[in-house]
Ligand binder design. Structure first.
Ligand SMILES: [Zn+2]
Length: 216
């Protein structure tokens, strides 16, 4: 069984890398963000709780995140292992998690702040169908127009330089102590995330002695 924690700032390609690894090696991709989004979309009790917290401008608190992750892992549908994304978030959660689950390692996607800014500010979203674009990596065929539904492409309100600077700072403050804990107890592979999706994926596999990608 293979169990990984994946960490990386916005724009580092964390979701893409976790998914490639999970799909190819039959691991469960456990993304806290996706679990919350799914619950909001499906109007569950948890979804209503998350929506209420977000509407008040607060962050979903650590206890709720922890409860969701415990519940998800308790399903034991991860016969071949998992890649967890968005957890742990605090030192206490990290200690607990490392004691409870025999983690193979931590994948730490490293992207310099200036690349984060460049990548995130290039993001566009179709107002009509919600398709994601990126003016660097995934350009629409016609500028400002969705390839699929011809809707208008816009930047998300939160993707502005000032808000992003705050998120980058928060990320570093939150992450540093976690990385320190992981480094004491587990193998942390810090991967240069400035490269292409394929190169990053193959570095992750080399660092953990995983088989190469079947297809990409
Ligand atoms: Zn569209």
């Amino acid at each position: 069984m293979r169990k990984f924690i994946i960490m990386g700032i916005q724009g580092s390609g964390k979701g893409t890398q976790a998914k490639l690894l999970a799909d190819d090696l039959d691991l469960e991709h456990i993304s806290v963000g996706d679990i919350f989004r799914w619950n909001v979309q499906h109007h569950t009790k948890l979804g209503a709780q998350v929506k209420r917290i977000m509407a008040s401008g607060k962050l979903v608190d650590d206890a709720l995140v922890e409860a969701v992750v415990r519940d998800r892992l308790a399903r034991h549908d991860w016969n071949f292992g998992f890649v967890i994304d968005g957890f742990p978030r605090t030192a206490r959660q990290a200690e607990f998690f490392l004691e409870t689950y025999d983690i193979d390692g931590v994948i730490n996607l490293d992207l310099p702040d200036e690349d984060v800014t460049r990548r995130v500010l290039a993001r566009r979203l179709c107002q009509q169908c919600g398709m994601d674009y990126n003016l660097i990596a995934h350009r629409p065929i016609r500028e400002g127009v969705c390839d699929i539904c011809q809707g208008d492409l816009v930047a998300r309100a939160e993707d502005n330089p000032a808000a992003l600077a705050v998120r980058v700072k928060d990320y570093h403050e939150e992450t540093k102590p976690l990385i320190a804990i992981f480094e004491r107890k587990e193998f942390v592979a810090t991967i240069d995330a400035t490269r292409s999706v394929e190169e990053v994926q193959s570095s992750i596999r080399q660092r953990f002695g995983l088989p190469p990608m079947k297809s990409i």
